[in-house]
Design a protein around this ligand. Sequence first.
Ligand SMILES: NC(=O)c1ccc[n+]([C@@H]2O[C@H](COP(=O)([O-])OP(=O)(O)OC[C@H]3O[C@@H](n4cnc5c(N)ncnc54)[C@H](OP(=O)(O)O)[C@@H]3O)[C@@H](O)[C@H]2O)c1
Length: 387
Amino acid sequence: MVQNRIEKRIIFQSSLFNLAEKTDVDKMNAGILKCTPNFVLLSIHETYMQRCLQLAASGAGAVAPNPMVGAVLVHDDRIIGEGFHTKYGEAHAEVNCINSVAVQDQELIKEGILYVSLEPCNHYGKTPACTDLIIHSKIKKVVVACKDPFEKVNGSGIEKLRANGVEVIMPVLEKDAMWLNRRFFTFHEKKRPYIILKWAQSDNLKMAGEHSTVIKISNEITDRLVHKWRSEEAGIMVGTNTALTDDPSLTTRLWKGNHPVRVVVDAALKLPASLNLLDDRYPTIIVNTCKRETLGSKLFYKYEAMDGLLPATMQALQQQNLLSVIIEGGGKLLSSFIRSGLWDEARIITNRQLYIKDGINAPTLENEILFKKELIRSDEICYYKRN
Ligand SMILES: NC(=O)c1ccc[n+]([C@@H]2O[C@H](COP(=O)([O-])OP(=O)(O)OC[C@H]3O[C@@H](n4cnc5c(N)ncnc54)[C@H](OP(=O)(O)O)[C@@H]3O)[C@@H](O)[C@H]2O)c1
């Protein structure tokens, strides 16, 4: 699993890095040095790229709808500069990296190798093109993890560097880099947000009591984790019945972070204005078949019933530049996403000590791959991705 590999690399980097020499790759190829499950040998390029990914991840929650990007400048096997994209609209990783070089090392910039976890941009957006910065800095070698799928870049950054005599080595740790920015990649490649399904269920796979009675399933520590998850996504969505029966706020009040844009299905606009999620405190999209209107923080997004709710919702979220959405139920809404094959990740919380008699069945995933499992008291949390 990607996640596992990253962990193993971190173990390697922190405890054994100094033992590894450049020639270890040759030794490994010759069978002298063995790669074991707990010892994944990284090439020099992979090692510095891994540092770029660590830096990039520091921008989580602050850079969307931009990608998280990290950069490292290396001279003679020594890091002389590091940086990452810290905030949407502000300097890119390459700029922060080059600006971080100490005065006494600035002469070395042109002899350095620049590692960057995403293809450098080649257009003037909110900030100048990073390709121009690299060329003007006279850097001759750039190592890139993966191509930027954004249509204004999409390979043109690499082409421009090469056309200006810069050697570009890529891809390096491509899968890891794409996983880190999976929301960004899905948004640009599939023209829809990255979709995470989430629900809680009892040990006998029920998600609510008989006749939709609300039953507390997850514990308070798991609830905090769920609020952290919410803060990491651009949108959060529920079905009509869940809005009515649970009256959720869909905020991140148990975690310091961004509140996602709330999305609720209300085809016939029958939900009462007194519901928490219609309180106008945060932006909310009401997907409906009656009207298109903006009222305070509420956007009423009209769709034609024959076009289907899910495509319309995806379109609404894409138009709002929302890179990801977490679907928090109920069963009917979650099942319609599963049936349409419209999901990327699922996080299912199972309280192993809870049995709900005659409750409502939880949905069943299709084509899922389990990639992570954790236990919080009696809550078992399984993370899946779609095959
Ligand atoms: N354990 C958990 O994690 C969890 C999470 C959330 C909710 N719940 C529980 O689940 C229960 C509610 O679940 P539910 O399955 O009854 O309802 P739901 O999925 O919240 O809402 C279903 C309604 O939303 C609309 N809708 C959903 N998907 C649609 C689609 N693809 N196209 C058109 N309309 C769609 C329809 O409304 P109309 O028919 O009115 O058009 C449908 O009847 C509650 O008891 C709640 O407590 C549990």
